[in-house]
Design a protein around this ligand. Structure first.
Ligand code: G3P
Ligand code: CA
Length: 239
């Protein structure tokens, strides 16, 4: 069965990358979550997509220049005008703590392509291990060097390179860096690529799939999971 991962949580209805979006995704029946992590000035792993807080919160500036205490004062629901409550930027440990109360899978995207956060891989892996969640976490990144490093640090945690462009036999590449899966943009994941990858033993979870016809295609292609902003819609279509 193709699993359904909620992209930045249930971000179609709730502020992206907030506990509210994760809790609601799990509540409607998503099999997994996708979220993004960065590091604060004082080394806290926080869940937010951009390197700056400007787009999603009422603050301004780079996450790397905020202490966690100051970052927590911001409202992460600021750009979700249909949502009227304030939501803080979560620390990754809050998400992992909450995961111990359910069965949801979590795809943690390491946002280390623009800012090379020193020690991000070690910190994220240590936290996952401390919660005993190595079997329920997938680490992904556009920075494939970072995934090679993760694999060296903790080969028991699944890694998945992200691809936004077509590649020649990406399943061979994925295997060569120790990855058990890959996360391509759905527009560069035709059915033949999905089939070939699955036959090779590499799981495929395309992102970010929000249209019914694209969901239908990927369910029919039996891809491992699809990553969507609207898990409720995907669940209706998967039935
Ligand atoms: O993990 C897939 C997807 O989240 C990658 O793109 O920009 O939404 O983080 P982005
Ligand atoms: Ca992401």
């Amino acid at each position: 069965m193709t699993l359904i991962f909620a992209h930045r949580g249930y971000s179609h209805l709730y502020p992206e990358n907030t506990m509210k979006a994760f809790i609601e995704a799990e509540r409607v029946g998503a099999d997994g979550l996708e979220l993004d992590v960065q590091l604060t000035k004082d080394g806290e792993i926080v869940v937010i997509h951009d390197e700056k807080v400007d787009r999603t919160t009422n603050g301004k500036g780079f996450i790397k220049d905020f202490t966690f205490k100051d970052l927590r004062k911001l409202d992460a629901s600021y750009n979700k005008k249909t949502f009227l409550h304030k939501e803080p930027i979560p620390a990754l440990n809050e998400v992992l703590e909450w995961m111990t109360t359910n069965q949801v899978i979590c795809n943690i995207e390491l946002k280390n392509g623009v800012i090379p956060y020193k020690g991000l891989e070690e910190k994220v892996i240590a936290l996952i291990q401390s919660y005993g969640l190595t079997e329920r976490v997938i680490l992904s990144s556009f920075n494939h060097y970072s995934l090679v490093y993760c694999y060296r640090l903790a080969p028991e945690i699944e890694t998945a390179p992200l691809f936004s462009e077509g590649l020649y036999m990406p399943w061979v590449y994925a295997q060569s860096i120790g990855a058990k899966s890959m996360h391509p943009k759905y527009t560069v994941a035709p059915n033949e690529l999905i089939r070939a990858s699955l036959d090779y033993g590499i799981s495929v979870r395309p992102y970010t799939v929000n249209k019914e016809k694209d969901m239908q295609r990927l369910f029919t292609a039996e891809c491992s999971a699809l990553i969507t902003d609207d898990p409720a819609k995907a669940l209706r279509i998967r039935k």
